[in-house]
Design a protein around this ligand. Structure first.
Ligand code: NAI
Length: 247
């Protein structure tokens, strides 16, 4: 089913992990997909992997923390593909440390990417969505943003912040037919999780009622639902994709 046939979808952090899986997913559904990612080598690898006959995918090297780069990418995307219908603010990093050990740099880097990056991209694509009277914005939060996590004061602050932004923008932009939602993944088997000790991962699996880690596809499927017409009346929501680990 090519349900995104006429849609142009920007996925930040689309070069790897969950974002990459989302790129494949939207391409399969007929969308034009533009990856905005800081990692050019990885982005190009991903493009050659996911492209297939007839699919339209592109990569733009963008550091989402830099408002000028984001603005240029918005203009370039619109110039090349005519519009941006869906923005998925998926790029994110971790720099884990407890409050006793965390450096200012570790705090600031995570704030810059996970919070300011979301703000930069959203602010940049909004005018065009308002003009068209259509838009879908999907922000990647985390269960950590809902419940906190030991050793992630910076990350938790950003992922809670993204929820505040989501609800505020849902209120501000609803009248323009723009929906804004957040997805809160639990532990998903990507590179990010590979930095976590195996003992901790096994503990997480044990605590998860569905008895497994999530997959990038689990999250990509939720992005796809929120971007679809079926989700037209959902806005300001935070959807957990966590195997019920948080209940
Ligand atoms: P990943 O590390 O596999 O991919 C992140 C991508 O973001 C990379 O391609 C990286 O180059 C890109 N990126 C980083 N900084 C950037 C910047 N300044 N500008 C542009 N691109 C940048 O991570 P993963 O696991 O796929 O995570 C995706 C999102 O899901 C993140 O927001 C993360 O916080 C969130 N998340 C992940 C969970 C997990 O268990 N993997 C759990 C909950 C949330």
């Amino acid at each position: 089913m090519k349900r995104f046939k006429d849609k142009v979808i920007v996925i930040t952090g689309g070069a790897s992990g969950i974002g990459k899986s989302a790129v494949s997913r939207f391409l399969r559904d007929g969308a034009t997909v533009v990856i905005w990612d800081v990692n050019e080598a990885q982005g190009q690898d991903t493009l050659s992997e996911v492209r297939s006959n007839g699919s339209i995918a592109d990569f733009m090297k963008v550091n989402t923390t830099n408002p000028e780069e984001v603005e240029q990418a918005t203009l370039a995307t619109i110039q090349k593909f005519g519009q941006i219908d869906v923005l998925i603010n998926n790029a994110g990093i971790t720099r884990d440390a407890t409050i006793k050990k965390i450096t200012y740099n570790e705090w600031q880097q995570v704030i810059d990417v996970n919070l300011t990056g979301v703000f930069n991209c959203t602010r940049s694509v909004i005018p065009q969505m308002i003009d068209k009277g259509y838009g879908r914005i999907i922000n990647t939060s985390s269960v950590v943003g809902l419940y906190g996590n030991f050793g992630q004061v910076n990350y938790a602050a950003t992922k809670s912040g993204v929820i505040g932004m989501t609800k505020t923008l849902a209120k501000e932009l609803g009248k323009h037919n723009i929906t804004v939602n957040a997805v809160a993944p639990g532990f998903i088997a990507t590179e990010m999780v590979k930095t976590i000790p195996e003992k901790v991962i096994n503990l997480m699996i044990d605590k998860t009622p569905l008895k497994r880690l999530g997959t990038p596809e689990d999250v990509a499927n939720t992005y796809a639902f929120l971007a679809s017409d079926e989700a037209a009346f959902i806005s300001g929501a935070v959807i957990s994709v966590d195997g019920a680990v948080t209940i």
